[in-house]
Design a protein around this ligand. Structure first.
Ligand code: MYA
Length: 649
């Protein structure tokens, strides 16, 4: 290490001294920190194993990504995916959508009755039939396999209509195609696609995604359902049970994840790895429980599914034996953008209802939309909806442009949309007052439906950690690359100079400047500057955390959450800047309004980002986190509040 530091210092002599040596020495300290491993003696064997696995992942080598969100962790703006705002529909695709949108609006808006579905706890057959006729069960299945062959952006637009009308129906059709058979679409063999997709696309059969188990929710890798190869090697015999499976009681085809023994041919050792299977109910040994009684999305079916010696033909392995965890993650990553789009539709509906009410309701002699208290609510609801919508179509557009490193953006969009929709609906109900609380208004149902969106498809808590840790892992990989480059500075001069000068500027408080100035509309340059400043500070904050915690950053969830929140705010600001620039450039009627929203959004987001980053280094806040861990421990030990009632009774 000393030798490397020496080389780095020699390299520094090529560049003004006081600017470069300190950051390089800091790099060396950081790399040393990343390499250290110290497991606390109090940790259990399993926890230590897990810790080691996580720490090993933190030592992954750098792979350059075009992901906007990942590069934030290096303090860098990678504009390629975010600017200009994606415009991905060709004329044909636009016209197809022009034809489908009014039909979808008619089926959902006129025929479907959300309140009735909620009461019946099912989707009536005539609505299902209309959805079949619309092609709603195979929106992204290629036309030659009986689907509509839509792109992600086209799918997003239709999903928005469904989400704006009935989230329960959305989950019914979303669980079917967004995750249920998405694996077949993404990694299925041509034979699997031909065998299963036509009947699924037509809605003759329904599909479900079976991952979650009683003891395996967020920790998806810990599933216990197992499959073993039959003695004749022709079938996998599946045993286990899955819970809370959307469409579990009505599906004919399941994508099931199970542990399987996998032999390493080189060493002969056998390990248990997750494998994905396509399971037909007709294989036998498949059963389900009664429909679950839920808080919301009641018309969608949710049930336990049991597998009792279910024989699965070997050709029904999906994506290769032992690759199931990656298959599950690929499906979830790919499906998450749909939530952002659906919930944008939900928010639009709520804003419509709230403003319809606010512009008609008179209190204290005036229309209530004239009062500041209501105006602030409506403005905030509109801005957060604008950000959600901008993000949803940014993600679908990124996917349609062929990028495959969008998993952070998709996770951010899911977190953001589910919280934004909750906020908007809560405020919508507040504006309507007692009227909003009544079932007949429909907002009460939306609120119940929405609650699950912060929980399923990856809880927002776990996704925040995923965003922060994946970003840190990416930044850490680049730091190690720098370390390697420093060992051979002559042949890697570019890497070292680029990285070191970036960090040196950061160390001296000289940010890279407003690198987005030429990417946004001139009216938005100041707002873009706030994003650039935030990114620079964010990169510095990540680096300091790595210096302080090294690989053990994986355990610092209080801090990781703040990093994730800052990432989300930076990404949201970027999406609105990009979209609003497009609107201004095209002279849309709404452009000035969008500009107002963008400016306020970016200003307020900047303040929140500062707060989140400040907390990371604020000794009082850090001490408070420790105290909160203690408070939680005390409350958990007494399994409830520690103190009694103030009256002592
Ligand atoms: S379905 C159930 C949803 N369940 C979940 O989402 C489970 C959440 N848990 C996880 O995602 C994982 O277990 C986490 C990692 C993230 C916690 N992309 O050691 P690891 C790689 C790519 O960190 P763990 C439902 O709710 C990682 O780099 N790769 O793993 C239905 C590593 O790679 P390598 C990823 O600590 C709802 C390896 O995996 C990802 O065990 C119905 C292991 O990583 C990733 N994301 O856990 C919804 N994560 O080995 C209906 C990890 O190379 C849909 N890795 O180092 C409707 C939608 C449509 C809307 C319509 C409405 C109108």
């Amino acid at each position: 290490m000393l030798q490397q530091a020496g080389q780095a210092v020699r390299l520094c002599s090529l560049i003004p001294k006081n600017q470069l040596c300190a950051p390089v020495a800091q790099e060396m300290a950081l790399v040393a920190r990343l390499q250290s491993t110290q497991a606390s003696p109090a940790q259990s064997a399993a926890a230590i194993e897990r810790q080691k696995k996580k720490e090993k992942q933190m030592a992954k080598k750098a792979v350059h990504s075009k992901s906007f969100a990942q590069n934030l962790f290096r303090g860098m703006i990678e504009p390629e995916q975010a600017f200009p705002y994606p415009q991905v529909l060709n004329t044909d695709q636009f016209e197809t959508l022009q034809m489908l949108v009014p039909i979808a609006e008619r089926v959902m808006g006129e025929q479907n009755d959300p309140l009735k579905n909620d009461e019946l706890e099912t989707v009536p057959e005539d609505t299902v039939q209309s959805l079949r006729e619309l092609g709603a069960f195979g929106l992204q299945v290629p036309e030659e396999l009986g689907g509509v062959g839509l792109t992600n952006t086209q799918y997003a637009r239709l999903t928005e209509i469904v989400g704006g009308n009935d989230l329960g129906v959305g989950i019914f059709i979303g669980a079917h195609q967004s995750i249920g058979f998405k694996g077949i679409l993404l990694v299925g063999t041509p034979e699997q696609k031909e065998k299963y997709l036509p009947k699924l696309a037509s809605g003759e059969e329904f599909a479900a995604f079976a991952l979650t188990e009683p003891s395996s929710g967020s920790d998806a890798g810990s599933i216990k359902t197992r499959a073993e190869l039959s003695p004749d090697g022709k079938h996998w015999i599946l045993n286990g049970s899955k819970i809370w499976i959307s469409n579990g009681g009505i599906a004919e085809v399941f994508t099931v994840f199970a542990k399987t023994p996998v032999k390493d041919e080189a060493t002969g050792t056998v390990t248990e790895k997750v494998t994905a299977f396509i399971v037909e109910r007709s294989f036998g040994g498949v059963d389900n429980g009664p429909p679950e009684k839920k808080m919301g999305i009641k018309c969608s079916n949710t049930a336990e599914v049991y597998f009792d010696n279910c024989p699965i033909p070997v050709e029904n392995v999906l994506g290769g034996v032992g690759n199931g965890f990656k298959v599950a993650m690929a499906i979830l990553n790919n499906g998450r953008f749909g939530m952002g789009a659906a919930l944008s539709g939900t928010m639009r509906t709520v804003i419509n209802k709230a403003t319809e009410f606010a512009t008609q309701r008179h209190q204290f002699g005036d229309r209530i939309d004239g009062y500041g208290a209501i105006q602030e609510k409506i403005a905030r609801m509109s801005m957060i909806h604008y950000a959600t919508e901008s993000m949803a179509y940014m993600v679908s557009g990124t996917m349609d442009r062929g990028y495959d490193d969008y998993q952070l953006e998709a996770a951010i969009s899911k977190i953001f949309a589910s919280e934004a929709a909750w906020y908007v609906t809560d405020e919508g109900i507040q504006i309507l007052g007692g009227n909003g609380y009544m079932k007949s208004m429909g907002l009460e149902k939306i609120m119940r439906d929405l609650r699950i969106f912060r929980i399923f498809e990856g809880t927002n808590d776990i996704l925040r950690l995923f965003v922060a840790l994946t970003g840190i892992q990416y930044a850490g990989g680049h730091l190690r690359e720098l370390q390697k480059a420093v060992k051979d500075p002559i042949s890697n001069f570019g890497v070292v100079l680029g990285e070191v000068s970036k960090r040196a500027k950061g160390g001296l408080g000289i940010g890279p400047g407003n690198t987005l100035a030429d990417k946004v509309h001139p009216n938005l340059v100041d707002s873009a500057a706030l994003v650039c400043k935030s990114v620079d500070q964010f990169g510095g904050a990540v680096e300091k955390l790595l210096i302080k915690h090294g690989k053990h950053i994986v355990n610092e969830q209080f801090l990781l959450n703040r990093l994730a929140n800052a990432t989300i705010d930076i990404y949201a600001s970027t999406c609105v800047l990009s979209r609003c620039s497009k609107s201004l450039n095209e002279g849309l009627d709404s452009a000035r309004h969008e500009e107002q929203m963008t400016k306020v959004w970016c200003g307020e987001a900047y303040t929140r980002i500062q707060q989140n980053l400040d907390i990371l280094k604020n000794p009082v806040a850090l001490e408070n986190f420790k105290t909160m861990a203690d408070i939680s421990k005390n409350v958990c030990e007494s399994v409830g509040p520690v103190q009694g009632n103030p009256l002592g009774l």
